[in-house]
Design a protein around this ligand. Sequence first.
Ligand code: NAD
Length: 495
Amino acid sequence: MAVQLHHHIGGREVPGTGPHGDVFDPATGQVAAQVPLGGAAEVAAAVDAAAAAFPGWAATTPLQRARVLFRLRGLIERDADALARTIVAEHGKTLSDARGEVTRGLEVVEFACGIPHLLKGEYSAEVGRGVDSWSERAPLGVVAGITPFNFPAMVPLWMAPVALACGNTFVLKPSEKVPSAALRLAGLLREAGLPEGAFNVVHGGREAVDALLDEPRVQAVSFVGSTAVARHVYERGSQAGKRVQALGGAKNHAVVLPDADIGVAADALLGAGYGSAGERCMAISVAVCVGQATADALVEALAPKVRALRIGPGLEDPDMGPLVDAAHRARVRACIDRGVAEGARLVVDGRTHPRTQGEGFFLGASLFDHVTPEMALWREEIFGPVLCVVRVEDFESALALVDAHAYGNGAAVFTRSGGAAREFSRRVQAGMVGINVPIPVPMAFHCFGGWKRSLFGPLHMHGPDGVRFFTRLKTMTARWPEGAGAAEFAMPTMR
Ligand code: NAD
């Protein structure tokens, strides 16, 4: 019997009344749960609850809010294993990968525990004679988060702890493919002492998203997902007068220079290309090799390792689990078919892996060589266990190739030369750059975000930008005059 999931509204489980969707266990292909697909009515109920909770929550002191987050921190640590297993059950990633995801989410909670310090404003004494000026950051009100399937706990935790710490109340619309981790987080937030209604979960797909975008009481929307939907969310949300940050898709390149340690680069690319079955927005999907000898050596080092990757159910903690669902596996497989038709050389063919024959949504790891910029294989995000090698003649061509791509989430360079690394990191058109680090995901106290079609909106996720996104600035100017003043009709200037 599939588990029936609920919305979480006003601190209570609210059953869905409309249509439901299937949630699969990707390791078996079986339906594990049924998720209600909410719409305008459920969104309105969640926003009602969040709006009712806002005045009380906003009136708490930053220190009181930090204490709730400190308790949440302990509870996530207590339940980390259960949370990781929930992620594996619906996403399919390996248990150690899911534990890593929980840790990265926990780090944002730890960052948000510093909210009394983060909300400190600026102060200038004597901006004029007897006049002082200072700034404060105020919460926005009800804010919303819309999250993708690939990080069921971490991406909601990129947003909610910072938003709540700033004094907002929150409505989360998690991916309908992986709804249970969000419900666990809602339970932990309640246990941590967050007031009823301050954090709500509405399940669903496009209908729920559009209802959030159109709901006038939602002040800001933080989105992570594919570029097509990110653009839609950004445009529709902005048109409705909301503050929006919308993180989109990616195609991250790793440039391997001739002086790189090929063994180090191959191992790094193996993890970055195939970890989480390539379903990471910071996965490396293109290795750009400078020089034919570099490419030959890298492909020679990588191919046997790619063939030897252990693939199996996430709970057995192999190197790689299944893809999230049958439709996504079919799409990735079609990308591989098309790459072959386009003329790229398929060095390792994941389509023939024995695991693809049985139950579950497994697909072996694929490695392409001689990929060129004319191919869809290079242009489009595949979001699966497929690594493409592109061969270029020199450093400038490598940089030009990375910069020609529509996406600009992350980029990495492998080299022993400090000068080349510096040149690359300064010039490359990407939001996050790794130097001999394949997946340069910034820590919680820095900001996460890409450039170009990987991010719509000016502010990145978590870190100082997270606080900026979830607050608005107010700047005060004050004097305490003694005696009567005189009216002034010219533009005021300080004397
Ligand atoms: P998705 O865009 O299909 O879904 C994301 C969210 O939008 C989900 O909550 C979903 O229910 C909703 N949604 C889906 N279609 C919609 C529509 N037509 N209108 C309104 N809402 C809709 O993304 P996904 O498949 O869940 O996640 C994978 C994508 O997310 C990849 O492109 C990946 O690169 C991207 N991603 C980006 C980052 C980043 O930081 N830039 C991080 C993680 C994932």
